[in-house]
Structure formats: structure tokens, C-alpha cells
Ligand binder design. Structure first.
Ligand code: GDP
Length: 316
């Protein structure tokens, strides 16, 4: 098989990562793409299992994502939330009516004994998504944060407190005993693998939980395929979300090099924005500069092409 037609794996969180995943999905034969998603943001809410990153990927790849909100579904209605509010229920985490169907159906099937990956695989097929979409593990891993306001569950920090508390330390509860999804490990070890793409997701809360699942990091290190990461920092700032704020709170330099250093043990090449040329000049690894802000569909496809061309060039 020609190297440039081999399978591609992307490690992704939600919104930022899903933009590049969509670009990859649009330029690759769909069945060559496998996405391994963070589940550290998952939580139980109103009796339902909610998987924000997997659902963002499902909605993005099936053309249902809400471009204004940056999460949830387009053309959503909010009758359930309004009714819940009238009853005095918890409304800090907003669930649209259509989105609710995803959580209700997932929860019902999990309670019936299906694995999370089986449920997600069935959803993505029903939604016409040709790429594989895998949770990093079928075992529960939950991101918890130690902050200046005490220990917090991820969604308490992220949604209820809008990332305001200063983060001191992160912990991925359950990661010590979680088993990586076997298909993710098999895909990473595939002899014809073309590239592993670390999407421009938050390194602390989207990519680190995936790397914390035993076996993931070692398999990446051992991978024969080029591992390419895209910087989530552009011009020394996060495009969105708490990435830069967390870097500062954790005492790390707030620039694109911090992300490269976190992945240095398995990374073959780093794609950084042209705006960060000076910041990354001293990095002790191959760096490719390009326009990495994905504001349009073409921007997503352009960055996806750059990432794959870069992987093909550094192929071992
Ligand atoms: P997630 O971590 O993938 O769930 O998504 P977030 O929306 O929380 O964003 C995470 C990171 O993605 C942030 O550090 C953003 O700066 C980065 N990001 C968002 N959009 C873009 C983009 O268009 N280009 C690049 N390079 N990074 C982006």
C-alpha cells in the first residue's frame, strides 16, 4: 500500500479538535480515518450520561453542529430546559431538546449492558458518519481539578464556574485502571498507518486524559507512523477556552512551545502557526509553520492537508 493511502488516527477533544477532524474527514476517504476522543469530560447529569467531546464530534461530522454556540446541535429548541427551570431543576448545564435524545438513548443502552464504544459506533452509523469514532476507553475516566476554590469535577469547573477558578493540579480519576480501547491500540500499531494527528485541543483537559490511559502513550512512542501535533496556541494565545489561562496557572510558559514539550517523547513534528515563528524557533524538534486558524471549512481542509503532507514528508 502506498504510504499516502494508509489509515490516519486523530486524537481529539471537542470543539477545537473537531475542527481539524472535520478537515481530515473531508479530504480523506472516510473509512481511513479513526478518531480517538477524550472522555474525561463525561459526566452523569440529571440521571443521564453526557459525553461532550464524543457528541461534539458526532454533531460536527454529521453536519449538525451549532456554529453559533460552538457546542450542541444546530436549529436546537429548548423546551425541556424551560420546563425544567419552571420546576426548579438544575439548568446550569444546558441540554437542548435534540441533544437530550442523544443522552437519553445512550443512557438507556449503557444501562442495558452495551459498551460506550458500541453505542457511539451505532450512533455514528445512524448519522451517516464514515469515519470510526472511538472513546479512548470504555471504562469511566473523570477529569477532576484542584483549584483555589477546592477540588472540582470537570463540568463544575468548566461550565458552572466558567473556568474561573485557578487550576493547581489535574487528576484523571479512573485512568490508572482504565483499559485503552483495543481498536485504538490496534489502529496505532497498524503497519500501514499513515499518520497520528494530535489535534489542536486543550493539552491539559482534552489530550492529557487520553495519554493517561495506560498503554496509550507507550503505543504512541512505539508507533512507526509519524506523529504530528497542531498547536492550539496561536500568537501566544488560545483561540478559545482556558488553555492559555491554565498554562499560566500551572507555572508554564504561555506559548506554543509548552504544548510541544508536553508531547516531546512521542512527537515527530510540530505544526505551529506562522505567528509563533519566533516562539518555536528554539524547539529541539522538526517544526512546520502554517496558517493554523480554522475559521472556514476551507481553513479546516487546508490545515488537514498541511498536516498530512507534513506527516508524509517526515515518514520514517
Ligand atoms: P477541545 O480541547 O478540542 O475540546 O476544544 P476547545 O474549544 O476547548 O479548544 C481547545 C483548544 O483549541 C484551545 O487551546 C484553542 O486555542 C484551540 N483552537 C480552537 N480553534 C482553533 C483553531 O482554529 N486553530 C488552532 N490551531 N487551534 C484552535
Amino acid at each position: 500500500m502506498d504510504a499516502s493511502s494508509g489509515p490516519v488516527i486523530a486524537l481529539s477533544g471537542g470543539v477545537g479538535g473537531a475542527k481539524l477532524v472535520l478537515g481530515l474527514y473531508r479530504i480523506l476517504p472516510p473509512d481511513t480515518l479513526t478518531v480517538v476522543a477524550n472522555t474525561g469530560d463525561d459526566f452523569e447529569h440529571l440521571g443521564l450520561t453526557v459525553c461532550p467531546d464524543l457528541d461534539t464530534l458526532l454533531y460536527t461530522l454529521s453536519g449538525q453542529a451549532n456554529p453559533e454556540l460552538g457546542w450542541g446541535r444546530a436549529d436546537e429548541t429548548w423546551t425541556f430546559m424551560a420546563a425544567l427551570q419552571r420546576l426548579g431543576g438544575e439548568t446550569w448545564f444546558r441540554l437542548g431538546d435534540g441533544d437530550l435524545a442523544t443522552h437519553v438513548e445512550r443512557t438507556r443502552r449503557l444501562a442495558g449492558g452495551e459498551s460506550l464504544s458500541a453505542v457511539i459506533d451505532s450512533f455514528r452509523r445512524r448519522l451517516g458518519i464514515g469515519a470510526r469514532l472511538l472513546p479512548m476507553s470504555d471504562d469511566a475516566v473523570r477529569t477532576r481539578l484542584e483549584t483555589d476554590r477546592g477540588a472540582l469535577d470537570f463540568q463544575d469547573y468548566f461550565v458552572r464556574l466558567r473556568c474561573e477558578p485557578a487550576v493547581r493540579r489535574l487528576h484523571f480519576a479512573g485512568s490508572e485502571t482504565a483499559r485503552p480501547h483495543p481498536e485504538a491500540i490496534a489502529a496505532l500499531a497498524h503497519p500501514a498507518l499513515r499518520a497520528v494527528v494530535i489535534c489542536p485541543s486543550n493539552p491539559f483537559i482534552s489530550i492529557d486524559p487520553i495519554l493517561a490511559v495506560p498503554g496509550m502513550r507507550d503505543t504512541l512512542r512505539a508507533s512507526k507512523a509519524p506523529v504530528v501535533a497542531v498547536s492550539p496556541i496561536i500568537g501566544g494565545q488560545a483561540v478559545k477556552g482556558p488553555t492559555a489561562k491554565m498554562m499560566a496557572e500551572l507555572g508554564l510558559p504561555v506559548d506554543a512551545t509548552t504544548v510541544a514539550h508536553r508531547y516531546a517523547d512521542f512527537l515527530d513534528v510540530y505544526v505551529a502557526d506562522e505567528a509563533d515563528a519566533d516562539a518555536v524557533a528554539g524547539l529541539d524538534m522538526p517544526v512546520v509553520l502554517g496558517p493554523t486558524l480554522m475559521q472556514t471549512l476551507e481553513g479546516r481542509e487546508r490545515l488537514a492537508s498541511l498536516v498530512l503532507e507534513t506527516a508524509d514528508r517526515v515518514r520514517k
